[in-house]
Ligand binder design. Sequence first.
Ligand code: SAM
Length: 234
Amino acid sequence: MRIDVVSIFPAFFDALEVSLLGRARGSGILDIRVHDLREWTHDRHRTVDDTPYGGGAGMVMKPEPWGEALDAIAAEAARPPVFVFPSPAGEVFRQSTARELALEPHLVFGCGRYEGIDERVFEYAAERGTVRLVSLGDYVLNGGEVAAMAMIEAIGRLVPGVVGNPESLVEESHEDGLLEYPSYTKPSEWRGRAVPPVLLSGNHGAVAQWRRAQQLERTRSRRPDLLPPAERGE
Ligand code: SAM
């Protein structure tokens, strides 16, 4: 999978060099290229923002550098890419979104700053690929970089070969609509706290039943909104 990232703070993405994604980049499974939007400016101050039409506080990212950035990336693309613009006004990013995007051969993340990007950039991008405005959650960040990082990690780990044991991707929170059951490791007793005895029983059926019950209980108490209506008692 190829991932291009456009940002005025490329250093945010240095962390993509480490851990599983860093290894996947090294082995060529993930081809991640980070670009500085200011490379596509032509004035002495490398300006990427200007005052908003209609007035109001803050600055808006200018369309010209974005247009050049998208042109340059699209020109290298074998097929029209999916442009992902992190935005608090977008659809909420979920595990299902990560699964969908992990199937795409080419993603381009456009990281906004200030009050956001001139709206015409999204229309322009939509003529060159698919556009998705995606929110990390119902709160406002200073820029799209942290949101893009979170999305790249969630998507990247679903790309075959990135996580060594693909089975570890199956039993996770949000994969079957529920939160994951609690996990324990050795020692079986730690500071007066014992591991639930069923996990030491060697009875796989009983373990599976206990884990399922824990998933439902956790989801009911922490995230009742995730439960199907029948389980919520509606
Ligand atoms: N004025 C915008 C609004 O009210 O919708 C918020 C702009 S925010 C300060 C600057 C940039 O941060 C956005 O363009 C977006 O790229 C990013 N951002 C902020 N919150 C985000 C969130 N919850 N999810 C994804 N991106 C976010």
